[in-house]
Design a protein around this ligand. Structure first.
Ligand code: CA
Length: 221
């Protein structure tokens, strides 16, 4: 499998390339954001190691373009920018992992392996289910392209059910995913949120499994 490294510090880039090759990957190196975009458009990579501070096009712009094109390639940001804002911006733009320079090469390769493993699931920042789209970063939901206004809890509940599409979540499992320790939960809160979601989205989307819990069937089922 091939990894694309985007790094404008040549010595560092070549060092990562050598390390990844020793770990059994095919590793390609480009040194600016535009070259990265061209490479990503034409070659089938298994993962991307992305610097943020790059000539011509920033790493964040490369990442956003990749995700808005629907590309779910696992992305690990490798950067010297270590403020919480930088980390949040990178993860919210669709990065799967984040490492701060200086870094350990063994850890980088282990994280890449984990990312590629997980790609069997879903790596895109947005979750789609039929005509429904949910963006965890912006917390926006659209149905057939139209924005749907959801409360914080409704959004979180929908997000959990979509994350577990095809599996039943019990009321208790939903509650422990939606509420922090110590939160007050009305006994019928989940039922009320489900009711609102059905009204706002579709009566058929969320199924009640009597005596067990709720599920959103996998798309197309
Ligand atoms: Ca750089």
């Amino acid at each position: 499998m091939r990894i694309l490294i985007v790094e404008d510090d040549r010595l560092l880039g070549e060092g990562i390339q050598m390390g990844l090759r020793q770990a059994g990957w095919q590793a390609d190196l480009v040194s600016d954001g535009l070259a990265a975009r061209h490479a990503l458009a034409s070659e089938p990579f298994a993962a991307l190691v992305l610097d943020l501070g790059l000539p011509r096009l920033s790493g964040l712009e490369v990442l956003k373009a990749l995700r808005s094109a629907g590309n779910a390639l696992p992305v690990l940001i490798l950067t010297a920018r270590d403020t919480p804002q930088d980390v949040v911006a990178g993860l919210d733009a669709g990065a799967d992992d984040y490492m701060i320079k200086p870094f350990n090469l063994g850890e980088l390769t282990a994280r890449l392996r984990a990312l590629v493993r997980r790609t069997a699931g879903r790596a895109a920042a947005e979750i789609t289910h039929g005509e429904l789209r949910l963006d965890p970063a912006s917390r926006q939901v659209t149905l057939s392209g139209q924005p749907v206004e959801l409360s914080m809890r409704e959004f979180d509940l929908l997000h959990e059910l979509l994350n577990h599409a095809g599996r039943v979540l019990t009321k208790a499992q939903i509650e422990e995913r939606l509420y922090a320790w110590g939160s007050e939960i009305e006994s019928n809160a989940i039922e009320v949120h489900i009711h609102h979601l059905r009204r706002k989205l579709s009566p058929e989307l969320i199924r009640t499994v009597r005596g067990v819990g709720y599920l959103i069937p996998e798309a197309g089922k």
